[in-house]
Design a protein around this ligand. Structure first.
Ligand SMILES: Cc1cc2nc3c(=O)[nH]c(=O)nc-3n(C[C@H](O)[C@H](O)[C@H](O)COP(=O)(O)OP(=O)(O)OC[C@H]3O[C@@H](n4cnc5c(N)ncnc54)[C@H](O)[C@@H]3O)c2cc1C
Length: 496
């Protein structure tokens, strides 16, 4: 039986540990925070509960299948709610094309009708965009997401037909694809927003990311009653039931190895644990800068530009008669989409008039806030911490964001019970992600997927599972990285 140590209790680490535990290995999972989940976390302040990381669950069957290894299911472990609308989108006055809004409805026919009502003539194009996206997903699922990405060849080997490579649309950018389909700039901006699901820019990320709206349409946008962090609890319970030794509040200081193979880990208090297999769920940069210092690997891990980070407000808001109430997921777009991304990825500064995401959990879940009030998690994309002096900027940017929200119809002045700020520095401190970047390296550029650290480390027995390695960030993707690593451990001959 191989002794396995998983370093990090994020979703990717837990996914790997569940599979390796279910396969019969002796697994120990070490997490430095007092609780499991990593970025998947929540905070309750004065009766207001906020998901501080993920607020939208997609591809729930990925978690269903994962929890199946522990003899349970997502539906048994959590109170699942499919959201309709998936998201409400609005454009302020001054946006090219003018002010409007539409609800991206859960049903495709209804979604198309809503788009057509808001932007006459665009419904059919919206439908065509989704149809093309379906093909991308079908091919990507059985190729890109099906295994490790050791080289472009490994991807080609998993493709069934020569046309599959072009089917995933990797050569043009997401905004180029959107510009070809839509003649309304607002829908080009809408499509481009999916680049931000990997912390990227629509003009640089490949059109492959167009599969995301289809995923949301086909498999649903989901909420878990009590907040998404309920998922971390469900995965933690599965670990216990499988007999995985979970130790929280344990900081791993080093991965022990010789020149060829891993030997185990050393904890910050000096304790040494032996292992044949180590799965690093930590950010690849923390792995190669600190745990297994390796300059060449660190340089490699940072070959692609970092993904964006986030600046968030946790707002406890008293209801006010006549005030605009955000949908569960609401996006208020910047009037200047290209300018926003240019500030983020070229000037590397905070956007002056940003796209604002509001997650109003209270729209679905009254338990998220005291009666007569609501919990709003407000998020804007910002560059990673190294580019901005957040100690100086944080309060100023909070005030500017509140003004932006007020100008877009979400005025909370005089009715906030809670107003907490989360900066990229907080994200970095909580999860040790490099400069608070949310998704490791970005998808900017045609080669970005190949520049992202692979799932195999530079020593025998060392594997990487998590958002900074293949296939990238986002809850279902990091769960897939856990699956890919567990498959590699088996294929490499580590027997339970
Ligand atoms: C604000 C925000 C919003 C997001 N929104 C969404 C969303 O709506 N939908 C979605 O699907 N995804 C979303 N994501 C992305 C998603 O949360 C992440 O991609 C995913 O949770 C990352 O999982 P991971 O496995 O990479 O581990 P991480 O969450 O990065 O966890 C790594 C763990 O390793 C631990 N660790 C680090 N160093 C050590 C050490 N030396 N010893 C022991 N433990 C260590 C850390 O404490 C941490 O718990 C969001 C993320 C953020 C921050």
């Amino acid at each position: 039986m191989a002794d396995v140590v998983v370093v990090g209790g994020g979703v990717g680490g837990m996914a790997a540990a569940i599979r390796l535990g279910a396969a019969g290995h002796h697994v120990t999972l070490l997490e430095r925070n007092p609780e499991l989940g990593g970025k998947l976390a929540s905070r309750t302040i004065d009766g207001f509960t906020f998901d501080t990381g993920p607020s939208l669950l997609t591809l729930p069957h990925v978690f269903d299948e994962l929890l199946g290894h522990a003899g349970t299911s997502l539906a048994a472990a959590a109170d699942l709610q499919r959201l309709d609308p998936i998201c409400r989108y609005s454009w302020p006055a001054g946006a090219p094309g003018g002010a409007t809004s539409f609800d991206h409805r859960a049903g495709r026919t209804e979604a198309v009708a809503e788009v057509d009502a808001a932007m006459p003539g665009q419904g059919e194009r919206f439908d065509a965009f989704l149809e093309h996206a379906r093909t991308i997903w079908e091919v990507a699922e059985r190729s890109f997401f099906a295994g490790p990405l050791e080289s472009p060849l490994s991807l080609l080997r998993r493709m069934q037909r020569p046309g599959d490579l072009l089917a995933i649309d990797p050569l043009r950018s997401l905004s180029a694809r959107a510009g070809q389909v839509f003649d309304d700039p607002r829908l080009v901006q809408w499509a481009g927003r999916y680049a931000t699901y990997s912390g990227s820019s629509p003009s640089l990320a490949p059109a492959t990311l167009a599969c995301i709206p289809w995923i949301e349409q086909a498999f649903g946008a989901w909420y878990l009653r009590g907040g998404l962090a309920v998922l971390a609890g469900a995965l933690g319970k599965a670990l216990s039931e499988l007999g995985v030794d979970v130790r929280t509040g344990v900081d791993v200081a080093a991965i022990r190895s010789d020149a060829i193979a891993v030997k185990g880990v050393r904890l910050a208090d000096g304790e040494a644990l032996d292992a044949d297999v180590v799965v690093a769920n930590v950010d690849a940069t923390h792995l190669y800068a600190d745990l297994l210092p390796d300059r060449a690997m660190l340089r490699k891990a940072l070959r692609a530009p970092l993904s964006s980070s986030g600046f968030a407000l946790l707002l406890g808001v008293r209801d006010r008669e006549g005030a605009r109430v955000p949908a569960h997921h609401e996006i208020s777009f910047s009037p200047d989409g290209p300018g926003e991304f240019s500030q983020l990825f070229r000037a590397r500064t905070v956007p002056t008039d940003p796209t604002v995401y509001i997650c109003n959990t209270s729209a679905t879940d009254p338990s998220a806030a005291p009666a007569g009030s609501a919990s709003w998690f407000v998020l804007v994309n910002v560059p990673p911490a190294g580019d901005v002096d957040w100690d100086a900027e944080s309060d100023r940017y909070r005030d500017r964001l509140l003004e932006t929200m007020a100008a877009r119809g979400f005025d909370v002045a005089g009715r906030t019970e809670v107003c907490e700020v989360v900066t990229p520095l907080d994200i970095a401190a909580h999860t040790r992600s490099w400069q608070g970047s949310i998704y490791g390296t970005s998808s900017n550029g045609r080669r970005a997927a190949f520049l992202r650290p692979g799932n195999r480390g530079p020593r025998r027995g060392l594997y990487l599972a998590g958002g900074s390695s293949h296939p990238g960030g986002g809850l279902p993707l990091v769960a897939m990285s856990g699956r890919i690593v567990a498959d590699m451990v088996a294929a490499d001959g580590w027997r339970p």
